[in-house]
Structures are given as C-alpha cells and as structure tokens.
Design a protein around this ligand. Structure first.
Ligand code: DHB
Length: 311
C-alpha cells in the first residue's frame, strides 16, 4: 500500500500538486480532487485577486521550468469559499489551502485573521517563499521577520497550519530556520519552493525566455532535486518530531518520490512535471512508487520513511 498518514489523516497515496500548478480555478481544483492524487493544494491566495506579471511568465525547458508568475490568483475570498464548501461536501478528503501575501508582513496577518474567523478548519500552507513579486523579498530568507510573523499569527490563530519554505544552501541557515520554526506548534513545513531568480537563455535567439524581471525566475524540475532532498533531510533532522515534512522539488519518477520519502517527507508535491504531463502524472507516479516498494519488499511507506543510509 502507498497509504500516507499526514496530520491525523490517512491518504491513499502521498502525492499532491505543488501550489501554482493546476489549482487556480474551482474546475482545476475539482479535477485534481478527482485525479489519482492523494490530496491537493490551492493556488497561493492574496487578499485581492491579481492578474500577475506579463506573459510569457512560465516556460518548460529540458531539465525543468522557469517561472515568474507574480501571484496571479482569484483572491482569498474565492479560495476560502471553495474550501468551506469542499470541506462540507467531502469531509473525508482533506486538502490544503495555500495563503500568500502581495504587500508583505501585514497582509500575511490579515489573511490568516480572515481564515481564523471563517468556517474553514482544515490545513493551511502559509507561503513564505514566493520569489516573483518585484521589490518584495522572500519572507523566509529573513529569519527575524519570520519569527515576528509567526509570533503574531500564533497569538490569534488556532487552526492547523504549516509553512512553505524556500531552499536554503548553508548549514547555518538550516540551523537558523529550524530554531525559529521549533518555537511554534506548526503542523508541517514544505521544502522546497522553486530555486529563486535563475536565468534561462534560449540558444537560437540569445534571449531570456520569460518577460518579467528581465528573465529572472524561479527554477523547478530536475535542476532542483538535490537541493530539495537536502532541505527535506536537513529540516527533518532539526525540527520537532511533531512537525511533518512535505517534500517538493524534482519529482519526475517513482524513484524521485522514493528518495524524498527516504529523506523523511510524509507527503510529496509535484509542480513542473504535473505542468508538463498533466493529471495523468499521478497515476504513473503511484504505479512507479508501488513497484519500487514491491521490488524492495516493503509493505508500506512507514517501513523506510526517513531511513536514508549514510556512510
Ligand atoms: C508564485 C511563485 C511562487 O514560487 C510562489 O510560491 C507563489 C507565487 C508566483 O509567481 O505566482
């Protein structure tokens, strides 16, 4: 079985979309819910609906993708309304609501206040790592602001939530973010968002491939798997055991999924490969991952989760 337990619920399998892919509208969200994915997450919502950055703003390339979407979304009220209705109609199929901020610190707080005051009681993924809003830094690269923000939110917020993190590249940064997060009753962390502000150049034209920010954009896909695995592993080793990990980054095959689980992930999100392949990716990944478990003689994910070998 590929059953995955995550914050008190057992899902048929650990696979979800990564936020931003196939989750903008209620039609896309319902299609995800009806797909082979174990669960799903909504597009990161801001207080007001947004058009996002000028196009082209997402491009698939051989080894992954580059994007600078700029938080296009239908607004927090739209996703909250969907979440409340979905929770009532499908109480046995939990999902995750992604919440971001366009303006910065204060909007994160007001967005979470609105959810606190709503009838939605399910999981929220607080996105502290959008790299694509011109002039706005990624919250989770500022450890003091992240500490202040979570302190402010936990002063009033009583429902379960976790945070989506950017990739870190230094052992001291793993130590620092874990020390901040361990002060709070977070239910999960999601590692990683895209590797921010990469640059892809088209061979034929010697130009960038996306329009916003002179071509700089978040990198996903095969490029990011070693960074994603390191972040999942490093945070799993440092966080309170009550904080679960969602592994995201470079999952194209059952083997990639298996490696995220070895590093300690409980759930797995697929972004670039979902964009490239469509919803059929979840059926393929579940088959490939199940074949790996069978070949290794494992009956369940619990038998190997977090049990990465070292030398
Ligand atoms: C966007 C990109 C992200 O990586 C993210 O976490 C949120 C939003 C975007 O550009 O829309």
């Amino acid at each position: 079985t590929l059953q995955a337990t995550f914050y008190g619920h057992t899902y048929d399998n650990p696979f979800m979309n990564a936020s931003g892919v196939h989750c903008m509208t209620t039609a896309e969200l319902d299609a995800l819910a009806d797909s082979a994915a174990g669960s799903f997450v909504t597009k990161s919502a801001t207080a007001e609906a947004r058009e996002g950055n000028p196009e082209p703003r997402y491009v698939n390339v051989d080894l992954g993708s580059i994007n600078s979407m700029g938080l296009p979304n239908l607004g927090l009220d739209y996703y909250l309304d969907y979440a409340i209705k979905r929770q009532a109609s499908h109480p046995d199929q939990p999902f995750v609501m992604s919440v971001a901020s366009y303006q910065g610190f204060d909007e994160y707080v007001t967005n979470m206040r609105k959810i606190q005051e709503s009838d939605y009681t399910g999981l929220v993924e607080l996105n502290l790592s959008c790299p694509n809003v011109p002039g706005k830094p990624q919250m989770a690269y500022d450890f003091e602001d992240t500490d202040r923000l979570l302190t402010e939110i936990f002063a009033f917020y009583t429902k379960p939530f976790g945070v989506k993190l950017p990739p870190y590249f230094d052992i001291m940064h793993f130590d620092k973010i874990a020390a901040v997060l361990n002060q709070f009753d977070l239910k999960f962390v999601n590692c990683i968002n895209s590797i921010g502000n990469g640059l892809y150049i088209d061979k034929a034209t010697d130009t960038v491939v996306i329009k916003p920010k002179g071509g700089f954009g978040g990198i996903g896909g095969e490029y990011v798997k070693p960074t994603a695995l390191a972040n999942v592993r490093a945070l799993k080793q440092r966080l309170n055991p009550s904080i679960e990990i969602i592994g995201t980054g470079g999952i194209l095959t059952g083997r990639d999924a298996y490696e995220h689980l070895l590093c300690g992930a409980s759930m797995l999100q697929v972004g670039t490969q979902l964009e490239k392949e469509g919803l059929g990716v979840f059926d393929r990944l579940t088959k490939e991952l199940l074949a790996i478990l069978e070949s290794k003689g494992y009956a369940s994910i619990a038998e190997f989760k977090g049990k990465l070998g070292t030398l």
